[in-house]
Design a protein around this ligand. Structure first.
Ligand SMILES: Nc1ncnc2c1ncn2[C@@H]1O[C@H](COP(=O)(O)OP(=O)(O)OP(=O)(O)O)[C@@H](O)[C@H]1O
Length: 237
């Protein structure tokens, strides 16, 4: 697979630019000279085997890591200067207040973030079959994952970054959850970037794929181009 040359329509500046980005941790180079440009209004999947650098890539986009070399721009701003108003980052970790109910969590988030839309959050709660009155410490891990996604999607920000949003979800509901998730994204104004190991389920819903292997960008392509070159399946390993 090869990387594509991009052409952008006038006035359609990209939401994310990576220019020769490397990220080094003590004793480990997680990413090496990664460059790509993500247009607005797309669904992007970041795939690769364990330890290939996916989460590091997402944290750089969200401004949670600074590049060791190179430059990351989000909406024209250096990622190091981003605030929580620009990007939502949904981490793999389960962060919640166990004593709160679903509805109280929505109200709490509404008080935290000026761009939080409580009506949209409650619509998502219903779409994900959650009980607004249920307390989080009584909820299953899968239901807490749904709530976590609902709270992230209710923010009106240009970039939503999700690290493994499907982890902890029953394989039988993953596809319907991801379809619901995508249906709530405002494609005129928002871009979604997510990592996943569930490539088969998610692939039909993606516009583009970033494939990383051992810290290197192997491909950044539209899904249909990958199909044309490799048949119907993405190859992760
Ligand atoms: N804070 C850190 N300090 C040291 N090494 C780190 C740190 N964060 C990540 N790494 C290392 O960088 C490499 C890439 O990690 P990363 O978490 O980005 O991979 P990943 O593709 O998301 O993996 P997984 O699929 O298992 O979540 C790994 O070898 C990891 O151990």
């Amino acid at each position: 697979m090869q990387n594509e040359t991009q052409e952008w329509a006038a006035g359609q500046e990209p939401i994310i630019v990576f220019e020769q980005v490397s990220k080094k941790f003590p004793g480990k180079t997680a990413l090496r000279y990664v460059s790509f440009t993500i247009p607005r209004g797309e669904i992007i999947g970041v795939i690769g085997t364990n330890g290939s650098g996916k989460s590091t890539l997402l944290k750089l986009m969200a401004g949670l890591h600074r590049p060791s070399t190179g430059r990351v721009l989000v909406d024209g701003v250096s990622a190091g200067r981003l605030s929580c108003r620009d990007v939502v980052f949904l981490s793999e970790r389960d962060v919640y207040y166990p004593m709160y109910s679903v509805e109280k969590s929505v109200n709490f988030y509404s008080s935290l973030y000026a761009d939080f839309d409580p009506q949209k959050a409650m619509d998502l709660v219903r779409a994900f079959d959650l009980d607004p009155a249920q307390h989080l410490d009584n909820m299953s891990k899968g239901h807490r994952s749904r709530l976590k996604i609902a709270l992230a999607l209710a923010r009106q920000v240009p970039l939503i970054v999700m690290d493994e949003p499907l982890s902890g979800l029953d394989p039988l509901v993953r596809e319907s959850i991801i379809r619901t998730l995508i249906s709530f994204i405002d494609m005129e104004k928002q871009t979604l970037v997510m990592t996943t190991h569930e490539v088969d389920e998610i692939e039909p819903l993606l516009d583009r794929v970033i494939l990383v292997r051992e810290g290197e960008l192997i491909a950044f392509q539209r899904v249909e181009h990958i199909h044309a070159e490799n048949g119907m399946k993405l190859v992760v390993g």
